[in-house]
Design a binder for this molecule. Sequence first.
Ligand code: DLZ
Length: 511
Amino acid sequence: MPEKMTDKPLILILGDQLSPHLSSLAAAPDAPVLMAELPDEASYVRHHQQKITLIFSAMRHFANALEAQGRKVTYIHYGCEARLNSFADAVKMMIERENITRLIVTEPAEWRLMHDMQNWSDRLGIAVEILPDSRFLADHDMFEKWADGKKQLRMEFFYREMRRKTGLLMNGDEPLGGQWNYDADNRKKLPKGHVPPPRLHFAPDAVTQNVMHIVAQHFGNHVGTLDKFAWPVTAAQAEEQFAHWLDFCLPQFGDYQDAMKTDEAFLYHGLVGAAINIGLLDPLKVCQAVEARYHSGHAPLNAVEGFIRQILGWREFIRGLYWLKMPDYGDSNYFDHHRALPDFYYSGDTDMACMRAAIGATRDYAYAHHIQRLMVTGNFALLAGLAPEAVNRWYLEVYADAFEWVQLPNTHGMALFADGGIVGSKPYSASGAYINRMSDHCSDCAYKVKEPHGDTACPFNYLYWDFMIRHRDKLGGNPRMGMVYRNLDKMPDEKRSGVVASAAKFLEKLK
Ligand code: DLZ
């Protein structure tokens, strides 16, 4: 038989598929593996330096672990094969070099790559098997069936389905404790002087240090710094960090989930998003470990349910919605917002203390927690009318956990309401009062949170009302915005004109 006819499979593993139980690995236990650090992936947006470092280092560690288990791995290091820019280039090289006849790959998490991959069989002349990603707890079919015929897709109802499907936090058919959602208990401000527990960080090992040199050399002009890099880069490290969080942070995670504090980027947050999204932690196991802490009496239900909702509910809902609505989900611009992203989204150089803290954490750690992302940088982008496309790109660049499937619905839909209400039922918008209630930022800010307008007033205050005035035609009829518009109607004319004038002045100078 000519050599070309023999079955020579190859498994391609992508940088966010670093899981030993991946469907592609399970499908062909003896097949060799290809992994590649590629210019196209590293540059399709200007990823934060720590994000590239994390992915390359975790990929290298994962490749080493596969080799230790006896797998043959071809690993292409960044810049070592000058002709190879894309995954298709790398596979083509393997076809030419090794006579590969069949490619096995777990479905990519991003639409652009899936779209590309669907042509590979024709382009490359081999069989291409794209397998489901069983690391997600809801497959495409389940989400499509759930969404079918529904006028509105709301996370809360999907989440209940997922609780029933997995049995997590269930008591027979009923939710444990009698309620599905304890979010109302999870909005406490940190007491004055409260010191959150220390976090487990991982000093860069030799593999990470090598990657850091490459990143400094090729991506040194991308956002962020490397000196505070402390991400777990192996499954063992991610598990160690998670176990530490279970012991020291989970019990108060619920209470302080929405709180913000200057110079405390992590507070009680799990920091597991990046590790789960690249495959170092398994989402179901993480949820089960958290649930076990409730049953053993080590964590209250509001903390445990709040965490599980993020992973089992929100994460799966967002992923289902992304695949349902792509490829044009990000094209909408409900409010017709077109303002350029101000430079301080990269530099952090702003007098607004809350923005400085959120962007500073982003720069230093490729991380900011969900309220900083939603109610500070996201809220500002919405109120100031920044162009969704620019804001989406920024969120995709700057966070270690950001892949388009999770970033786009969260930014475009939840933070910016640019989808006109597919993800959320109303815009998440707030004035400075909310930020003051949930943080200590306002006491050390150049602006005064109690002033509604004027040069020294908190910009969130007048931008909030200016946004409501500008978009009354789109929001005035939304039942969930009724109270806001009733308050606007009661606003004295003098305050109203002050708000509009302050917003115009501020936005004119915004660069
Ligand atoms: C994000 C990223 C980066 C920066 N670099 C690589 C890479 O060089 N090689 C790779 O396999 N994956 C990388 N990734 C992750 C991919 O972009 C990700 O797998 C796809 O976007 C699908 O989600």
